[in-house]
Design a protein around this ligand. Structure first.
Ligand SMILES: Cc1cc2nc3c(=O)[nH]c(=O)nc-3n(C[C@H](O)[C@H](O)[C@H](O)COP(=O)(O)OP(=O)(O)OC[C@H]3O[C@@H](n4cnc5c(N)ncnc54)[C@H](O)[C@@H]3O)c2cc1C
Length: 401
């Protein structure tokens, strides 16, 4: 894919920041497990937060592809910083830009442009891959809703200000109206962080449990009113497609960084009186890594530049799923092989490879597992609905909304 001169400039600016201060702080962000507020400030100054927000709201109206170019560069050095760029341009913020009222869009834009990384709250202890099993409930009380329930593994728990929370909605008579999406701001009464997860990687980014206890949602904070289960769920998944491309790009960027390290090291490190890069065993490994990386990049760029059915503002779900499956699995293999090129040093905390190996492992899990995404791809390919419940497969043509 041919990038425009403007995109190449954007990419070069991101690379400069990434190779400089972001890279210098990456090991410390991992060690301290502290959210890198300094990096947020750098991203803000560079204009990498809220890039996709329309210009009339203070953003730059940039495309998902532009955002992907920046994410890739950040992920080469620091995964946590790259994930901040994802969430300050995709996911919850794009959902608000697509579905929100003018006031909601302004609220979200102001928060993000001032350094917020919104949180998207879907997963629950008993509703992971099967998000339809969510039990967090929003009870309608007049024109307000009262939320009760628990979400876990929420990225940015405790540091995010804007929250997009999905819940099952019930009317006053107790009838199930489907899934709705609600906005809440950190500090609201009834919104509490009740646990921080202990993660193997991505350590500077808090992942946490949120508990809602009679969290009151006023009408102005209802983003997606309940419109039947299927519709609400489709809107929810739509909003996730940009996030998926972003997550796949973080994985690809980590792999690109790891391969760069491995290439330099292979030329520097000597054994048997020659640089290890002269051994064909390593040359072919490096060539396979490069090939997988190029394929991942092309798939992600294509998915980022696509648009979904019916004029959706989000990337095509099928391309986004394929790109995330491929890029996340390839990245795990590439980083693992890069660590191998470093020998014992790859296993040492004095070198970045072990951090990259811990970080990259997440990307076949979060944002839809590689298995669940394969079901989505198969469903499109076969033209069949593939419900995963015991009710069994339904061999019926797919209806496009
Ligand atoms: C670092 C991190 C950050 C995250 N951030 C967020 C966030 O910000 N917001 C949020 O809402 N969630 C977040 N998540 C949660 C994430 O979306 C879920 O972990 C994911 O959807 C899988 O759910 P689960 O962990 O409950 O696994 P489970 O659903 O229990 O799955 C366990 C295993 O079974 C497999 N499996 C399940 N169903 C099927 C099936 N039908 N066919 C084949 N295989 C199947 C899965 O692929 C997996 O391998 C995050 C997770 C991580 C690790």
């Amino acid at each position: 894919m041919q990038l425009s001169p403007e995109q190449l400039t954007l990419q070069a600016r991101a690379a400069e920041l990434s190779n400089g201060l972001i890279s210098a702080r990456a090991a410390e962000v991992d060690r301290s497990r502290e959210y890198p507020w300094d990096n947020v400030e750098l991203l803000k100054q560079a204009g990498f937060l809220g890039m996709t927000i329309p210009q009339e709201l203070g953003g730059q109206g940039r495309s998902f592809l532009d955002t992907v170019l920046v994410i890739e560069q950040m992920a080469r050095s620091c995964t946590v910083t790259a994930r901040i760029v994802v969430e300050a341009n995709m996911g919850a913020i794009s959902a608000v830009m697509a579905y929100g009222t003018d006031a909601q869009r302004k609220l979200a834009a102001d928060l993000v442009l001032n350094g917020d990384k919104p949180a998207i709250c879907i997963t629950e202890p008993d509703a992971g891959s099967d998000a339809s099993g969510m039990t967090t409930r929003a009870d309608k009380r007049g024109n307000r809703y009262v939320l009760n329930g628990r979400k876990h593994w929420i990225t940015g728990a405790g540091v995010s200000r804007l929250h997009l929370i999905f819940a099952r909605v019930y009317d006053e008579a107790g009838e199930d109206l489907g899934v709705g999406g609600f906005l809440a701001i950190r500090g609201a009464e009834g919104l509490a962080v009740t646990k921080r997860e202990t993660t193997m990687g991505l350590c500077g980014m808090p992942e946490g449990e949120l508990t809602f206890t009679d969290l009151e949602i006023t009408p102005d904070m209802v983003l997606l009113p309940p419109s039947g289960f299927k519709r609400g769920f489709a809107d929810l998944m739509n909003a996730y497609n940009s996030q998926r491309v972003g997550a796949g790009t973080v994985a690809m960027g980590i792999a690109a960084g790891a391969l760069q390290h491995a290439t330099v090291w292979a030329k520097m490190r000597e054994q048997f009186g020659r640089p290890i890069a002269e051994f064909q065993g390593l040359q072919w490994m490096l060539a396979d890594m490069q090939t997988q990386l190029t394929a991942s990049r092309l798939m992600l760029y294509t998915a980022a530049a696509s648009t979904g059915p019916n004029g959706s503002a989000f990337p095509d779900p099928d391309l986004a799923a394929q790109a995330k499956i491929f890029a996340s699995e390839a990245a795990i293999k590439i980083v693992n092989d890069a660590l191998q090129v470093f020998g014992a040093r790859g296993y040492s905390r004095d070198f970045p490879l072990e951090r990259m190996a811990r970080d990259v492992r997440m990307f076949t899990i979060g944002g839809g597992t590689a298995q669940v995404l394969r079901t989505l791809v198969a469903s499109k390919l076969l033209g069949m609905k593939l419900p995963q419940t015991r009710d069994g497969y339904v061999n019926a043509p797919l209806t496009i909304r």
